[in-house]
Design a protein around this ligand. Sequence first.
Ligand code: SAM
Length: 261
Amino acid sequence: MKSREWNSSQYHRLSQPQLSWGKKLLSRLPLRGDELLLDAACGTGRLTAELLQALPLGRVVGVDVSQNMIGTASDHLKPKFGQRVDLVVADLQALPFEHAFDGIVSTAAFHWVPDHDRLFRSLRQALRPSGWLHAQCGGGPNLLKLRTRVNKLATSPPYASFFANFREPWIFADAETAADTLQRAGFVDIEAGLESALTILDDSTQYAEFLPAIILRTHLECLPDPDLRARFVAQLTQQAAVDDPPFSLDYWRLNLSAKAS
Ligand SMILES: C[S@@+](CC[C@H](N)C(=O)[O-])C[C@H]1O[C@@H](n2cnc3c(N)ncnc32)[C@H](O)[C@@H]1O
């Protein structure tokens, strides 16, 4: 059973790539400044804080399925933004909101959600008529080079028996599939497109922290022994050290925008 929990303090510290992608998305938002918005899978709330700053008269509800993430987000956001922010533990596939929000923002999250039909129906239901969705998640060939390496390692000794029943935890939809799913869920004015977001980490220390905390969280749950987990990550870090450029991650982002009909 895959855990819904994250090491939220590590994520908060290491999620600079996610924050910079999120800020780029934020700069494209059609904000008046007084909206009620949903940050769908807000994590530790680093982007939620940016969103609140862009909404001097508005409010944001941050939702995440991980209690740890919501706890850390609450610690960071509540002292600064008070009643302008609410933080709720909930699954994006079954949100407890109906026609509540002017807009929904989501970054670096939809690929972790297993059922995109349920996801988009639930988001659609949370929006007021004509409310908007602006989201970005992993898509298309996201991390293909790394995933190929990980799969090769996971199917060789001494790891193979632990990964016998493992399936990757992500859905990396392509633009066409995501647009069709949004349309089925009742969205209109849909735009979907992939962009490359090659990310270069500083060094082996950062790479060896980033992999288990963010990308390979559920993979490593398969390995019962901490030494084996460390060895798995160390082998991938050694391979990344001789890449050109070293410690690069072949991220691809899927940008989605749409309106509720
Ligand atoms: C990589 S983090 C991104 C967090 C934040 N949006 C950011 O950009 O830093 C992915 C987040 O999605 C959340 N998540 C995954 N599946 C979810 C679901 N079904 N419902 C709500 N949150 C979910 C995780 O708990 C995690 O906080």
